[in-house]
Every structure is written in structure tokens, then in C-alpha cells.
Design a protein around this ligand. Structure first.
Ligand code: TMP
Length: 219
């Protein structure tokens, strides 16, 4: 599919500071007069926010990893149709806090769902709408989880508290993200996120400024 906008996603382990960095980037681009849509997964639409609660609430309900993958994909399909694709078509910069790579990292590398099936599922859910640039905020697992635990305990999700999602799970997720970045280095930018937020924001903005200029020249 062809669009005139720019699609940027943030990925990373829990506690990597994605939401903060996505917000800072959105503010900075908006201050330059750019049409920006800031959104997140799971979520971004009324259906997606409902599915988010089903997925992340700590209600003790058992989830098969395949069921999780399908639920994340269902929320994503709605999000692409209602928010991401229309914004890209009108030429906006879409900044999304997590996207299909999170399913490959968490349900695939983390929980063992076959990666090729998740890639097929991702293509189906997204209609092939893929990010122009993906920022991986990489942080050691213990540092990320410590950062999250220092926040509001009500804010913690099933993925941060259930026994099945132990430190080894989060380690596989982190390694999975790094492998995805190695496989497709032109799309991914790996940023060391175990640093102060302003230093991270500078690196992120530098990369995106360059990308937008390229897009502009190409268009
Ligand atoms: P967060 O977006 O607030 O970090 O919370 C989302 C949680 O859901 C996080 O632990 C990662 C997890 N997740 C998946 O397991 N698969 C997915 O496809 C997505 C989008 C998130």
C-alpha cells in the first residue's frame, strides 16, 4: 500500500520508557507544525482499549499464548483501519507506542508461538502497513522491571506480575527485539535506554529529523 505519511513505532521491553519518549517526540514534531498522531497498542480505538483490559488486567484468567497473539492482532486490525491507515493517507506522522513487532517479541520469542505464524498473522492484521522506522529502546531486564516497580503498583500489567512471565521470559523478549533489529537494520534504530530521558530524546529526534527530511526529498 502507498501512503504519503510517515509511520514510526517505538518498541522495547517493559520499563524502557517508550511512552515517555513517544510523547516527547510527538510534542517536538507538533511544535514544528507537523501533523502528528500519537497512539498506542494494545489500544488506540474503543475496541482496542477494551481488548487492552482483557489482555493486561491482572484478573487471574488463564490465557494461552496463541489466544494472546490473536487478541493483540484483533486490536491491531481495528487500529490500522480506524486510526493508522487514515492518518498515513492524509500525510500525517503516526507515532505508535508498540506495534506488530511486540507480538513477535513477546508471544514469539518470549512464549514460543512459532515466529512464521506470527508474521502471517501480523500481515493479516495490518494489511501490510509496516513502519518506516522503528525505535528500539533497549534496556537491561532488571533495570526496566525496577523502573516499572518504582511506579504506581496499579499500573503494572499481567505481563509484569504473572508467574509465567518471569525474568527469563523478559530476557527472551529483549533478545528477540535485538534479533529483529539485526535482521532488518534499515528499519530499526537501537537506542540505549538505560540513560537519562533527555539524552535518549536527543538521539531519537536526530534519527527522525533525518528520516523526515529524506521522506520530504523523496516526495
Ligand atoms: P505497555 O504498552 O503499557 O508496555 O503494555 C503492554 C504489555 O503488553 C507489555 O507488557 C507488552 C505486551 N504486549 C504483548 O505481549 N504483545 C503485543 O503485541 C503488544 C502490543 C504488547
Amino acid at each position: 500500500m502507498i501512503w504519503s505519511g510517515t509511520f514510526i513505532t517505538f518498541e522495547g521491553p517493559d520499563g524502557s520508557g517508550k511512552s515517555t519518549q513517544a510523547g516527547l517526540l510527538a510534542q517536538r514534531l507538533e511544535s514544528l507544525g507537523i501533523d502528528v498522531v500519537l497512539t498506542r497498542e494494545p489500544g488506540g480505538t474503543p475496541l482496542g482499549e477494551r481488548v487492552r483490559r482483557v489482555l493486561l488486567d491482572r484478573d487471574g484468567v488463564r490465557h494461552a499464548a496463541r489466544a494472546d497473539a490473536l487478541l493483540f492482532a484483533a486490536a491491531r486490525a481495528q487500529h490500522v483501519d480506524d486510526v493508522i491507515w487514515p492518518a498515513l493517507r492524509r500525510g500525517a506522522v503516526v507515532i505508535c507506542d508498540r506495534y506488530a513487532d511486540s507480538t513477535v517479541a513477546y508471544q514469539g520469542y518470549g512464549s514460543g508461538v512459532p515466529l512464521d505464524r506470527l508474521r502471517e498473522l501480523g500481515a493479516f492484521a495490518t494489511r501490510g502497513v509496516r513502519p518506516n522506522r522503528t525505535i528500539l529502546l533497549d534496556v537491561p531486564v532488571d533495570a526496566g522491571l525496577a523502573r516499572r516497580s518504582a511506579g504506581e503498583p496499579e499500573g503494572l500489567t499481567r505481563f509484569e506480575t504473572a508467574d509465567t512471565f518471569d525474568a527469563a521470559f523478559h530476557e527472551r523478549v529483549r533478545e528477540g527485539f535485538l534479533e529483529l533489529a539485526r535482521i532488518e537494520p534499515t528499519r530499526w534504530l537501537v537506542v540505549d535506554a538505560d540513560r537519562p530521558a533527555d539524552a535518549i530524546a536527543r538521539d531519537v529526534f536526530g534519527a527522525i529529523a533525518e528520516l523526515l527530511q529524506l521522506t520530504h526529498e523523496a516526495g
